[in-house]
Write a new protein. Sequence first.
Length: 647
Amino acid sequence: MFGTLGQAVSNRSWPTTAVYGAFFIALGVLAYSQLRQQKPPNLPPNRTFQPFIETSILDVWPRPLEIDNILQALNKSSTVLPVVVGPSGAGKTVLLRRILQEEMYSSSISYHYIDEYSGLRAKLTNLQAELTKNASKKKIATARRRANSPVIVLDQFEQYLAHLRRLDSGKRIAEQKWLRSCIQGSVKHQSCRFVISVRSEWYYDLRCLGDIVPGPSECVTIFGPQVDETSDVTRVALAARLEKVVRADRTVESVITALGRGSSGNLLMLEAQIIGATIEREQLLGKSIDERYLEIELGGVEGAINSYFDGVLHDAPDPRVTMKVLCALSVHTNFRQQESLGELLDRVFEEPEKVRKALEYLVLRRLVVEQPTARYELAHDYLAVYFHQKSGSELDPTERDNVLYHFQGDKPSMSTHVLPRSHRSEPRRGKFALAIMIPLVFVMTVRLLHFSLPWPQVATGLTPQLLWVNSLFDITYLPTYIAHLAWAIYGALFYDRFFSCLDETSAQRLFSRFTIVNLALGSLASILVPYVWLLAIGWGGLVIGLKLISIAKIRNLNNTAKVRFGRLGIVATTNLLFLSTLGAIGLWVSLRYVKTPADAQIWVYFSCLFSAFMVYTCSAMSPLHVQRKGVSQLLGLMARSRSGVAL
C-alpha cells in the first residue's frame, strides 16, 4: 500500500493520493488514541502507609495521652457526658473505634460503637433494653457499677446533627427531646455510659442535650502531636514508619516539619498517611527521595496530597464521571452526604454503567463506603472538603454547577423538561434516528461504490472518476460522502442522546424528528445533484439551530438554560446561514462554469477542502452537543427547575 501511495504521488494522481493518505492518517489517529488509553503498569500496593483503610486492620499509631483523657472523662462524673472534639483528620475515629475499644475489651467492659445513624431510635432503644436487662441480673456495688457499665460510642455524630438540621422544626424538637431523655436516663440510672464524638465546628449543636454536655474547655480535644515534641510516642512512631520508606533521618524530619503546617503546629494523622503513601508510591517508582523532594518535586504538602488523589483519579475507569460522583458526594462539606445508586443515576445524567463502575472503583480504593442500607458516602469527612474544592478546578463549571444544584438539599425540585431516567433508558428511545440514518448511510455507500450506475442527475462536466478496474469507487463523490457521513453521525447522535431525552409535546417532538429527516433529505439530494452538497449541509444545520432556539423559548425553563440554548441556537443558525450562502454560491458557480473534465477536477479539489473543513467542524462541535460530557451538561441544565436553589 505504501508503494501504491508513492506511485500515485509520482504520477500526480491526486485523488488516489488523497484516498490512501486519508487511510493512513486514520490508522495513525486510531493507533494514537489506543496508546493514550493505555494505563501505566499497576504498582505493588502500599505496605507502610494505607490511608482510608478499614480501622479494624489498620496498623495504628500509639495514642496514650488521648486515651487517658477519654478514660478520665468516662470515669470522672456521672452527670456529665464525655464529648470528644477535634478537627477532621485528627484521628478521632481510630481512637474510638480501635484503640479505646481494645482498651475496654481488655477490661471486660461491653463496648458498642455506632457511626451509622439511619434508624438510630430503634438501635438505641433495643440496645439500652438489652443492657438494662443484663445489668439487673448482676449485683454490683454502686461505686463499681459506673466503672464497669457498658460504653456506647456515638462517633461522627455530626452526621446525625446534620440530619436534625434538615428536619422541620416540629420533628426536630421531638427528635431532640427523645435523644436528650434517652441519654439523660442512662446517665441517671448508670445502665450505660455514652461517649459522643463530633468535629469541632459542630460542638454547639449539642446544646439540645441540655446541661449534661460539658463546656468547651472540659471536652476531650483531639489534636495530633506537636512537630517539635520529638519525644511524643505518636510522633516517634510516625518517624519510624517514614524511615521505612525514605531511609534518611534528615529527610524524615523535613517531611514531619512540613506536615506541621498552620499556626498550631500539630500533625494531622490522616494527612500524614496520605503524604506517606505518596512518598512510598514515588519510591516504588524508583524515585530518589531526599529532603528537598517533597518541596520541589511534589510541591509541598498540598502538592503531595494532590498527587495521591490525582493518581487515584487517573486509574479510574472514567476519571470525569468518577470526579462527578465524588463531587455529588461532597456537595456538603460539614458532613458526609449519603446517596443511593438510583439517586446518583437520576441526577448526574451519565451512562448508568459508567456510574456503577466509578462507584465500584471508589469503594475498591476505599474513598467511598457502601452502607448496609445500599447508600454510598465518602469514607472520611476530610474527603468532602477536599473534593468539593478539587471539583471546582477539575470539572467544567457548568457540569459542576449542575451537580451542586441537583444534590443540594434532600430532594431539589427537578423540572419536567427532561424524561425520567426510567424512560431515558428504554431500549426503543432514540431509535428513530437510527431507523433513518442506517438506510441513508447504506445508500450513500452504494453511491460511493458507484457500480457504473447513472447516479448524478446534473452531471455537466462532472463525469465519474472510477477506481478499481474502472467500475467501482467514484472519487468525485468521496468528499461529499465524507462530509455527509460526518454530518449524519453528528445529527443521529444529537437526536439519540439529547433530543430524544426531552419531555416534549407532540409538536416539539415532531420538530425534533424533522431535524433528522431534513438531514437525510439533504444527503439524498446530494447523491442525485452533487453540486448541492454544501448547501444541503448548511440547510440541515440551520434547522438544528432553529430547534435549539425553540428550546430556549420553552415556558418555565430556567434562565441559565434559556441563555445557554439561546446562545447555542444563535451561533449555530448564524454559522450555518453563512455556510448555506457559500453553498448557494457554489451551486451557481458549479452549474455555470463546470463544463469540462478539467473544471470537474478543480471542483473535486475544492470540495475536498470544504469536506475536510466540515469534518473538522463536526469534530469541534461534538464536545458541546453529542459527546457524553456535553450531553450531560445540556440535560443537567434542562432539568433545573425555574425556581430552584441559587448557586
